[in-house]
Design a protein around this ligand. Structure first.
Ligand code: BZD
Length: 834
């Protein structure tokens, strides 16, 4: 527990609060200093790229001071920290976020304006840090933002990939991947820490310690050095600055001079290349488990460096190791960092000399685990022979963890062989596999899902037997949330200004319960007019962005209907585009006069498919093929436009999300654990068209049924439908059949290209139940249209939705984790700077 601050602490806080200079002259000096001393430029030869870098470095100086103070303070008072371990942090840009957090945006705009630059253009110079695939990685970024803003002592731990999420190009309608060389230009938002480096071992063999049972000496064949890079996380309106520590594999020292001298130039650098590979690329899969050896080595490098660092920091307190759980909580963001559990056991037993039981008690009290998926293909499993070869000591520890666990199960449920087989961490397949979700579950004191329905489903499915064995209390729900800083205040300044006006100040940015005040204005016609004007200007901006990125001209007066997320069969972009095709079919059958009565609509898609996910990539091709035909059909004009925005990213989302009228979250019920973009769209005054799945359900509960358009079968009905469809051909309704027919008449190019997509429904068992949900999907679209035509009511819905969305702030989620899982308390440094 954190100690009560002394007088000295209070003075320390006052110091932390005081040191940021805000006057134009000081800011200008610091920008010019970086321009000249860091980048060897003069103010006269400054282009916008260097204006960005110099400004960013000067902002980072300000963060740095606070970063140091925050960590010094937390160490000094002995605060318990949470460590959020995630293979992904999808941060996006930092400059604007930092300016807003430090409340220096106007000041920098002024200084840059004086030398002829527009702040918005300078902000656009920054490249996204795209160290994540999608929801899980962005959640990690929102959570470290909340930790910093709410003054919780906590760090993120991750990997510093040299190539982040690939860049998506659309060539001839197909997705083509290009590397994301985001570190090509200097990155102001990281601090290399060559002094924080740990050796990480791989391969080799074990030597038993004859004196002590259970203790081994691991003699490895290969040792790599993991070096830390720290990314500051600006806390909004507080002096606290959080930290994400990312590991990069060092290559220095791996150059083989002997080979070089012997003329073997390639051999001389072979070790460096192998080391570099470890932290070179982010695996671009979401919700699939590739089973690649390099990925397992990445995961271990990450876990080993992180646990060594956490233990080293703890040991500096001088407290006995038994106290580790009182000083550190470790959250596993899905199973990817699960090797942290056997790694901590290895450190405690082999390096620190603890007994098994003591080590196990410390480990399980320290770790907690979040599950993000129920898709079977996403479950991480590693072949035992692979694990044994790469990490022989960890394989031994996992066997022992499993043995002790199964002994306990056997005692509780004597003779239940089936139960033992079902809960075993080792799957008895050929080859045997380590089930990482089970290991994470056994080695943690809490397991949580990410939305109420999902947390229920995991208790009934993958962890069903664990609930019997370990008790219901171990399993809990922590519904996801998103950061209002980025997903409202930063991306939607006009709507934010209106909220600030109603609330009276900007306090809602760190206390979203205050947006409730909007309820009182939902019936105020003047306020509604201004609310709509903000939405309209966001739509105009998106129309410009669409023109710039695709060359397609869309009318901001049309209804903007958006689906922006990873492309995945379970998310059913295919159902969306089939709905578009059906709409096109109907429009083509109408007279010009009838068409003129239709509600003009722009259907926007954005998202990346995993490079090896063929059907998902075919869906992208179909979307682009439909777009090409529909958009150039003179008869159709503005009544229907279809757009695929390439290279979806955090920054693209910041353009897209504030401009939606409706957004689609249409996963087959029971498949989307939570979804977080659903929250972002509603927080920006958009209306959801969605299935009864993930966090859609809780959003509906909060904002009221009138504010959300649900359709489709329910999660508990899915199994029966799937069973039926395994043995019976689906019967498409007339609308779905019309869409198939249009494709098969080569309307969108050679029908053979798209036949596999149709076959996935008609001949592949329709696993995601498109044929089942399509009729109600089309009905829901009609309901949306009718509602949109009632303009005043629509705007009221939009305002009421935002007013009732406080639950979906990541601040609420983090507070729940802090109180119910981590047992940590806020420790403000420097008081509130607002
Ligand atoms: O996590 C997503 C889920 O699909 C969403 O429903 C949920 O809202 C978010 C946050 O909880 N899962 C992912 O994004 N998963 C991955 O990106 C991923 C990455 C690597 C390996 C496996 C999954």
């Amino acid at each position: 527990q954190a100690k009560t601050p002394t007088k000295e602490d209070t003075e320390f806080r006052a110091y932390a609060h005081s040191e940021i200079a805000r006057d134009a002259a000081t800011i200008k000096n610091s920008v010019v200093m970086h321009l000249t001393a860091t980048f060897l430029r003069t103010p006269d030869s400054m282009d916008s790229g260097h204006a960005y870098l110099a400004s960013a470095f000067s902002v980072r100086d300000r963060l740095l001071q606070r970063w140091n103070l925050t960590n010094e303070y937390h160490d000094k008072i002995g605060a318990k920290r949470v460590y959020y371990m995630s293979l992904e942090f999808l941060v996006g840009r930092t400059f604007d976020n930092a300016l807003l957090a430090l409340q220096l945006r106007d000041e920098y705009a002024g200084v840059l304006g004086d030398v002829g630059f527009c702040l918005e253009d300078i902000i656009d110079e920054e490249r996204d840090a795209a160290l994540g695939n999608g929801g899980l990685g962005r959640l990690a970024a929102c959570y470290v933002d909340s930790l910093a803003c709410m003054n919780y002592p906590g760090w993120g731990y991750g990997l510093r990939y040299r190539y982040g999420m690939f860049q998506q190009q659309i060539i001839n309608g197909y997705q083509v991947e290009a590397p994301d060389c985001w570190l090509d230009s200097p990155n102001p938002w990281e601090f290399p820490r060559p002094d924080v480096t740990y050796p990480v071992k791989f391969y080799g063999h074990l030597e038993r310690d004859a004196a002590v049972p259970n203790r081994f000496k691991w003699v490895s064949d290969v040792v790599y050095d993991a070096m830390a890079f720290d990314m500051p996380v600006p806390g909004y309106g507080t002096a606290n600055v959080g930290n994400v520590r990312l590991w990069s594999c060092k290559t220095n020292g791996l150059f083989d001079l002997n080979k070089f001298n012997a003329g073997d130039y390639q051999g001389a650098t072979g070790g460096q290349v192998a080391a570099q590979m470890l932290t070179n690329v982010l695996y671009p899969n979401d919700n699939t488990n590739g089973g690649k050896e390099l990925r397992l080595r990445q995961e271990y490098l990450f876990c080993s460096a992180t646990l060594q660092d956490i233990v080293a920091r703890f040991k500096r307190t001088g407290r006995p190791l038994a106290d580790l759980p009182d000083m550190a909580a470790i959250q596993l963001n899905d199973t990817h960092p699960t090797l942290g559990i056997p790694e901590l056991m290895r450190i405690l037993i082999d390096d620190e000399g603890l007994e098994w039981d003591a080590a196990w008690g410390i480990t399980t009290r320290t770790f907690a685990f979040t599950n993000h998926t129920v898709l079977p293909e996403a479950m991480e499993k590693w072949p035992v022979p692979m694990m044994d070869r790469i990490l022989p000591r960890h394989m031994g520890i996992i066997y022992d963890i499993n043995m002790f666990f199964l002994q306990r199960v056997e005692k509780q449920f004597p003779g239940d062989r089936e139960l033992l087989r079902n809960v075993s961490v080792i799957e008895e397949s050929n080859p045997q596999q380590v089930r990482m979700a089970f290991l994470a579950c056994v080695g943690s004191h809490r397991v949580n899902g990410v939305a109420a329905i999902h947390s229920d489903i995991i208790k009934q499915t993958i962890f069903h037997d664990f609930v019997r064995v370990l008790g219901e209390d171990k399993f809990t729900n922590k519904t996801n949330g998103v950061a209002p800083r980025r997903w409202m205040n930063e991306c939607n300044p006009e709507m934010s200004a209106l909220i600030t006006e109603v609330v009276g100040d900007r306090s809602w940015v760190t206390d979203l319960t205050k947006v409730r005040a909007l309820e009182g204005r939902a019936g105020d016609s003047e306020f509604c007019r201004r609310w709509w004007a903000a939405k309209q200007s966001n739509k105009r901006r998106l129309a410009e962005y669409i023109l710039a990125t695709t060359g397609i001209r869309v009318s901001p007066d049309a209804l903007f209907d958006v689906q922006a997320k990873r492309i995945h069969e379970y998310k059913r972009q295919l159902m969306n585009i089939l709905g578009v095709i059906y709409r096109y079919h109907r429009l083509k059958q109408m007279s010009a006069a009838e068409r003129a009565q239709e509600l003009p609509r722009v259907v926007v898609f954005a998202g990346k498919a995993a490079a090896g996910y063929w059907v998902a990539k075919q869906a992208i091709k179909l979307i682009n093929a439909v777009a090409e035909v529909v958009n150039s059909d003179a008869e159709i004009g503005d009544v229907l436009k279809v757009v695929f925005i390439p290279d979806y990213s955090v920054t693209a989302a910041e353009h897209i999300v504030p401009a939606s009228d409706i957004s689609q979250h249409i996963s087959t019920a029971g498949t989307e654990a939570s979804g977080t973009s659903n929250m972002k769209f509603v927080l920006n005054g958009g209306i959801i068209l969605g299935t009864v799945d993930g966090a859609n359900i809780e959003i509906g509960e909060e904002i009221g049924d009138e504010q959300i358009f649900f359709f489709g079968c329910l999660a508990h009905e899915v199994a029966d439908f799937r069973h039926y469809l395994r043995f019976h051909e689906p019967k498409p309704d007339a609308a779905l059949q019309a869409a198939f027919d249009m494709i098969q008449r080569n309307t969108f190019g050679d029908a053979h290209t798209f036949q596999p997509l149709i076959d996935s429904i008609l001949r592949g068992g329709d696993v995601y139940l498109l044929s089942v949900d399509f009729p109600s999907y089309i009905e829901a679209h009609k309901a949306v249209e009718a509602a949109y035509r009632q303009h005043d009511d629509w705007v009221t819905k939009s305002i009421l939705s935002v007013a009732r969305m406080a639950k979906f702030s990541s601040d609420r989620a983090i507070q729940e984790y802090a109180e119910e899982i981590w047992n940590i308390e806020p420790v403000p440094v420097g008081g509130h700077a607002v």
